[in-house]
Design a protein around this ligand. Structure first.
Ligand SMILES: Nc1ncnc2c1ncn2[C@@H]1O[C@H](COP(=O)(O)OP(=O)(O)OP(=O)(O)O)[C@@H](O)[C@H]1O
Length: 261
């Protein structure tokens, strides 16, 4: 493997909803241009962790974050951080498509327009290339001005990814991107992640309960689990092949083996 560059460095992260501790002592490096999967049982804090990486967690109300999350060496919990810029650079796709009740085109153009005015021809080019990057162009090129909500669930999810790609994020966070999709639609999202993997300018982090999928599309895997006090911890992090063939921790082995076989 080539020399790894850290895009996001998480150092000793603790997280609380109200006063309840949800995550404890999480330290992990997210490597640039690589795909990192977050796996673990329901309720161990995977989504919470993902939202800490671009401060979407701030929107959850009474929360407290301790420790550091550095995005290319800058602590994102510093006061002077520009949150809109951060969330463009570290973009997040949710489990259920959350498109706006607007046309396909306007959904993808939305974030780009927020950044600043551009001539129509330039905007058209950005929208087309983001939809192509999301492997969706052939399916929607004749429906650009129709409501995005008329697309199938799988197409809507790929359009959400196109909307994120349009603002040229450095990191794409995806929380169970195949949630609720049928196997064919799920496979299309998976192929899309595979094709985005070839891009050296994009780093991806995704949560999945489908461990077969994790072995197919991730380079690194982090296994999270709640401890006896029901606080989420990262049990193990490593190269996906190693986590699934020869993990260091018996808890990882138990989780992975019972779900893969
Ligand atoms: N907005 C909230 N306020 C209070 N507690 C919350 C909130 N959101 C989540 N929690 C709690 O935080 C803990 C971690 O939840 P989280 O959704 O991060 O887990 P998860 O590992 O992503 O679960 P799943 O795999 O089921 O999606 C759970 O105990 C959950 O009930």
């Amino acid at each position: 493997m080539n020399k790894l560059i850290t895009a996001i460095k998480v150092k000793n992260l603790n997280f609380y909803y109200n006063t309840q501790k949800i995550l404890e002592g999480i330290s992990i490096d997210i490597y640039q241009s690589k795909v990192t999967a977050i796996i673990g049982p329901s309720g161990c804090g995977k989504t919470t962790f993902l939202k800490c990486l671009n401060r979407m967690i701030d929107l959850e109300g009474d929360v407290k974050v301790e420790g550091r999350v550095e995005f290319f060496n800058q602590n994102i919990y510093e006061r002077r951080i520009n949150l809109n810029r951060l969330r463009r650079q570290v973009s997040m796709v949710l489990p259920k498509p959350n498109l706006f009740p607007m046309s396909v085109y306007d959904n993808v153009a939305y974030g780009v327009k927020l950044v600043g005015w551009r001539p129509k021809t330039e905007l058209d080019g950005i929208v087309e290339s983001a939809i192509k990057d999301a492997d969706l162009w052939d399916e929607v090129k004749n429906k650009l001005y129709k409501s995005a909500l008329e697309l199938s669930g799988g197409q809507q999810q790929r359009l959400c990814i196109a909307r994120s790609l349009a603002v040229k994020p450095k990191i794409l966070l995806m929380d169970e991107p195949c949630f609720g999709l049928d196997p064919v639609a799920s496979m299309k999202v998976e192929s899309l992640i595979q094709s985005l993997r070839l891009r050296s300018d994009l780093t991806m982090v995704f949560i999945s309960h489908n461990l077969q999928q994790v072995t197919r599309i991730s380079d690194f895997t982090a296994f999270f689990q709640s401890n006896e006090n029901r606080i989420g911890q990262m049990v193990e992090f490593g190269i996906t092949k190693k986590i699934f063939s020869n993990p260091c921790d018996s808890r990882t082995r138990d989780y992975v083996l019972t779900r893969l076989n």
